[in-house]
Design a binder for this molecule. Structure first.
Ligand code: 26Q
Length: 822
């Protein structure tokens, strides 16, 4: 094994211990004798911050001095999870902290458990943003993440009688040690009002927006420590407050209560994250959230630009703005507005700059997930921005579309940023494509479909614009921190530089067949499973055995992700076991983690059904513990970190063509799970890396899905021709799982039959059962399974988010590294 490079901080555990105690006394105002774990956690964070804040200042000085090009990553979501363990790993001080705390009688893992998750995101898109800012810092690229300082992150999930209930999440109720408030950088945000057209003396025309309300954006900075801690970037999150123009006169004139109400309204803007990840609701508050943080961020970007530059024409050389989906697309008309209305540019000058600045990442093909805002609402909230969007659209249609398809009005209607109809809508995806210099999909197949099905005409118009950047995950959090024993095994086997060069794991491939290595690898998996057994008992009361196959599906609950396909397969096994309790099958524990959007009826039904089935199956002593079903409540980043290292099987079973990429698939394979999956999203690229023998692919592929749909799909064909399938679906109509409540699970059957089975579960059912049977057969051969697990883990090099970031840099951002001296 290679020698470790010098550590960023040469701190011994004794020195770290001193710092922790120092902060326990002076920052926390408590004492070793009475400090609880929360206080120890806070003190440890404070000790870490001593190092981090210093390096943050260094970084900001260096970046300001060099004025290098930077990327500004605009995202409504950053799903950070916990930061202490991650920061310690990136500072390479985890071991030191562990022994420091140990000598104080504290277990570092228990101390880390005190940290609430920073759940400022829904799922994949938000977690991707978090992995990306980790990689940007690790690779020495200047970058800022911009987002919203939500008071409440994604709701906390509880179950009551098997039903999901949502409880508020309060991640910073008692303060948060990682964030720094920057009152010196507040920004003002105008809203509502009207637009005046002013004709100047020279006959030229100007637009003046007279907003009727003003908010204030207060920035909170979270330092982002790269691995090796050379560079510390920031995540800047905006909190909304009443604007300075807040009516103190009303306040003084006795309008105290009204003034308080106005204040509360302003603070509502950053109050809560929308929990919807696939069917956006066109709520005015959401539009205001989007504009609020884009306006603050664009102003902040311009302020920094102006500090170092006089000449606007170099703006696109200094600034890249990445739109994480269309959610921050209103930043485009906002930049145009500032350049024209405030900086006095004409349209051409402003457009030249703006259209060379923005790039847009698409994360979905689901038509119902595309963001469209009612024109009337847009006009009410942002009258000037609507005008600008109209003008972007007019020029696009009259110049570009007309040149390519002369006289083709149908084409103009089709490509218009404004969708005509009863209620006219602003199509945010079209606005983003027209306004960006690059558009990217997030996996090879997804990008292919973005070009072919989602934006085919745009792809004809701009043949170079749409590119692929396959997603990735940070191996620091998802292997080094989450699976320390496997990380240590890799340290010993392939050398210690795999966290930054994940392809290094391939050096372990020759050992995939080696009995000794297999034993080490699988005994780590075993230990991780045993830890999870304890956690499952603690959180759900269900007792499971680590001898069983741990089969895990963890992701947001959505019909296209097909948790219901997993469900009907579980019922199939259960039925077989009831018919033959001596059935020869490897015991299996099916583990779920998923939140449903609060208004998504079917998703909530599926959770309810799985909980009810779990109740029945887990308490049925006829089946000799061969089958267990566990639904872990409140799935989130910190729970993922416990589940993923313990997985044998990774469920990635979306209808082909609908999961843009997936990133859990990468994390699970990296930790040695075998994938049962469709040829969808990044599964396809995972299959290419691990080889067809080491993955269980089933079901229709994208072309077959398309063919089935065009030929007219009828789920009843499958229902009537497959007796086992018919039996399990009919089971859902009885009160077997919901005693006294017949029909409580009928909606699931209906959705799979009467309502047309939109996601082709029945078409893929038999193939899925066959793949699951393969899993059972393969697992019996311990050596064969170990070999496949090792190959899965060791071939995940491509899915390092560092590689994704380097792809963005090479094809979209063109940044230069800007290393910082310690
Ligand atoms: C939009 C408007 C209003 C309210 C909510 C939203 C909203 C919020 C979140 C819409 C979508 C999302 C999240 C989408 C998401 O997570 N997509 C996933 O992105 C991952 C990273 O690229 C992919 O791996 C997944 O395949 C994709 O589903």
């Amino acid at each position: 094994a290679k020698k470790k490079p010098a550590k960023p901080f040469n701190l011994t555990s004794t020195e770290l211990k001193k710092k922790i105690i120092h902060h326990l006394h002076t920052t926390l105002g408590t004492h070793e004798d009475k400090a609880n774990d929360k206080a120890w956690w806070n003190a440890t964070c404070a000790a870490v911050n001593e190092l981090v804040f210093d390096q943050l200042t260094n970084t900001q000085k260096t970046h300001a001095k060099k004025d290098t090009r930077a990327v500004n990553y605009l995202s409504l979501e950053f799903l950070m999870g916990r930061l202490l363990s991650n920061n310690l790993h990136n500072l390479e001080l985890f071991k030191e902290a562990q022994s420091a705390l140990k000598s104080l009688g504290k277990d570092i893992y228990e101390v880390c458990e005190e940290e609430p998750d920073m759940a400022l995101g829904n799922g994949g898109l938000g977690r991707l943003a978090a992995c990306f800012i980790d990689s940007l810092a690790t690779l020495d690229y200047p970058a800022i993440g911009y987002g919203i300082h939500y008071e409440h992150g994604l709701f906390r999930q509880e179950f009551k009688d098997g039903h999901q209930i949502e409880r508020p999440d309060s991640w910073r109720e008692y303060g948060n040690p990682w964030e720094i408030c920057r009152p010196e950088s507040v920004q003002e945000v105008p809203l509502y009002g009207y637009v005046e057209t002013v004709i100047d003396d020279d006959g030229s025309m100007r637009k003046v927006w007279h907003p009727s309300r003003k908010l204030k954006g207060v920035p909170w900075d979270i330092p982002i420590v790269g691995y090796g801690a050379k560079l510390v970037n920031v995540l800047r999150l905006w909190e909304s407050k009443p604007g300075e123009a807040f009516d103190w006169d009303v306040f003084n004139a006795g309008g105290y209560v009204d003034a308080q109400a106005e204040k509360a309204q302003a603070e509502t803007v950053s109050k809560v994250l929308y929990p919807n990840d696939s069917t956006p609701q066109g709520k005015e508050l959401r539009l205001i959230q989007q504009y609020f943080f884009c306006a603050c961020s664009v102003k902040d970007i311009i302020r920094r630009f102006k500090r170092a530059n006089q000449d606007w024409s170099v703006f696109p050389d200094k600034v890249a703005i990445q739109l994480n989906d269309t959610h921050p697309a209103v930043a485009v008309p906002e930049l145009m507005r500032i350049l024209m209305d405030e900086e006095g540019m004409n349209w051409q000058q402003a457009w030249e700059i703006s259209s060379q600045t923005f790039a847009y990442t698409n994360h979905t093909l689901l038509p119902e997930a595309l963001e469209n805002w009612p024109v009337a609402m847009f006009e009410h909230v942002l009258p000037r921005h609507l005008e600008i969007i109209y003008e972007i659209n007019r020029r696009f249609l009259e110049n570009e579309v007309e040149a390519k398809w002369p006289g083709d009005d149908a084409m103009k209607r089709k490509l218009s940023i404004i969708q005509e109809g009863d209620e006219r809508m602003v199509r945010m995806a079209y606005l983003s494509v027209v306004s960006s210099y690059k558009v990217n999909g997030v996996a090879a197949i997804h990008t292919r479909l973005v070009k072919k099905d989602l934006f085919p005409e745009f792809n004809d118009l701009y043949p170079e614009k749409i590119v692929n950047v396959t997603n990735g995950v940070t191996p620091r959090r998802w292997l080094k921190a989450a699976n320390p024993e496997l990380a240590a095994l890799y340290d010993d086997t392939v050398g210690v530089d795999w966290p930054t060069n994940l392809h290094k794991l391939k050096d372990a491939l020759p050992l995939a067949d080696d009995a000794k290595f297999q034993k080490k690898f699988m005994s780590i998996k075993r230990k991780n499973k045993e830890k999870l057994v304890t956690e499952i008992a603690k959180l759900t009361g269900v007792e499971v055995s680590a001898d069983a196959i741990f089969d895990i599906q963890i992701k947001r609950l959505h019909e296209y992700k097909r948790q219901q396909l997993n469900l009907i397969h579980i019922l199939t096994l259960y039925r077989r076991l009831l018919e033959n309790p001596d059935l020869d099958m490897v015991p299996r524990v099916f583990i779920f983690g998923a939140k449903a959007a609060p208004g998504y009826h079917m998703a909530k039904q599926i959770i309810f059904a799985l909980n009810k089935i779990a109740d029945k199956v887990n308490n049925d002593n006829r089946i000799q513990d061969k089958l267990k079903v566990v639904f872990m409540p409140n799935y989130r980043v910190s729970l993922a970190e416990k589940l993923i290292p313990a997985a044998d099987v990774s469920e990635q079973i979306s209808t082909a063509g609908l999961e843009a990429s997936g990133t859990g698939n990468m994390k699970l394979a990296l930790n040695g799970a075998l994938t049962v999956g469709t040829l969808d999203g990044a599964n396809i690229e995972i299959a290419e890396e691990v080889g067809d023998d080491n993955i269980f692919i089933f079901g229709l592929d994208v072309d077959q899905v398309e063919a089935v749909k065009t030929n007219g799909y009828n789920p009843f064909d499958y229902y009537y021709s497959n007796p086992e399938l018919k039996a399990v679906l009919d089971w859902l109509d009885t009160d077997f799982f919901t005693p006294g409540q017949p029909g409580a699970l009928s909606d699931i059957k209906k959705s799979l039959l009467d309502w047309g089975d939109q996601y082709l579960c029945l078409a893929d059912y038999q193939s899925y059962c066959d793949a699951q049977n393969e899993v059972d057969v393969t697992y019996r051969d311990k050596k064969l399974w170990a070999k496949k697990a090792i190959i899965n883990s060791a071939t995940m090099g491509k899915f390092n988010s560092d590689r994704s970031i380097q792809d963005y840099v090479d094809t979209i951002w063109h940044l230069e590294k800007c290393p910082v001296k310690g």
